[in-house]
Write a protein that binds this ligand. Structure first.
Ligand SMILES: Cc1cc2nc3c(=O)[nH]c(=O)nc-3n(C[C@H](O)[C@H](O)[C@H](O)COP(=O)(O)OP(=O)(O)OC[C@H]3O[C@@H](n4cnc5c(N)ncnc54)[C@H](O)[C@@H]3O)c2cc1C
Ligand SMILES: *[C@@H]1O[C@H](CO)[C@@H](O)[C@H](O)[C@H]1NC(C)=O
Length: 184
């Protein structure tokens, strides 16, 4: 009798404590999920990104290991240059600040993550000497041609005539602007 009368309130207190703990945890998690990151509260898009993931070092060490196979190295190079030059040929003529910064980051990370580690090391030095020009399509494409020529020179390959870069990478990609012009 004595032990029962004591155990009842004790059990109820225990149950209440458990309910309180569950509620507290739930509220804590709930409020955590719904608290906007500092940047969002400030209306700052960059702040949101930095709250979700930290920014990489754009000019940090080359990430990939050495690529020994020369056949694969050359194949990869031709494909990579094609992507880079085509990206620059299709970059806006009058980019926004955000678009320019996207291109700058892209080029630096293209270098850092380039799958041939020793190529990436060399190209990192080229970028230090010739930082990406991202203010518009023409300067960007000219810059791309120039840095490719720097690599060509080191590999004892012929120089490309950069005055022909515009026509060379006009991919006939069914560009919207040109389609419109033809239509009018
Ligand atoms: C960032 C980077 C770094 C590299 N580093 C190395 C390295 O350290 N060691 C190594 O062995 N290889 C490296 N490569 C690969 C190398 O540059 C070549 O891609 C590869 O040797 C194949 O050469 P390719 O003669 O077929 O012509 P590529 O140089 O691949 O060029 C492909 C085509 O692009 C055109 N082209 C040539 N020059 C230009 C230019 N200046 N602008 C625009 N278009 C042009 C030509 O039509 C050419 O046929 C690198 C590639 C890249 C993308
Ligand atoms: C390099 O790669 C090519 C293509 O995959 C392959 O045929 C060749 O045997 C490789 N060479 C060496 C030395 O491993």
């Amino acid at each position: 009798m004595y032990s029962r009368s004591l155990s009842r309130p004790t059990r109820r207190t225990g149950l209440l404590a458990l309910v309180a703990a569950v509620l507290f945890t739930f509220l804590l998690l709930h409020s955590y999920q719904h608290t906007p990151p500092a940047g969002q509260r400030a209306g700052n898009a960059a702040g949101v990104a930095s709250a979700l993931y930290s920014q990489p070092d754009l000019s940090g060490h080359a990430i990939a290991p050495r690529l020994g196979n020369e056949t694969i190295k050359a194949e990869l190079g031709r494909a990579a240059w094609k992507v880079l030059h085509t990206t620059l040929a299709r970059f806006p003529e009058k980019p926004t600040k955000d678009e320019s910064e996207a291109l700058r980051s892209y080029i630096h990370l293209f270098q850092r993550l380039y799958p041939c580690g020793e190529c990436a090391e060399h190209f990192g030095e080229v970028l230090k000497q010739f930082p990406p020009q991202v203010d518009g399509r023409n300067v960007a494409a000219g810059w791309g041609c120039h840095v490719h020529n720097v690599v060509n020179k080191r590999l004892k390959k012929p120089q490309f005539d950069c005055s022909k870069i515009g026509d060379f990478y006009d991919c006939g990609c069914a560009d919207d602007e040109k389609e419109k012009k033809k239509g009018t």
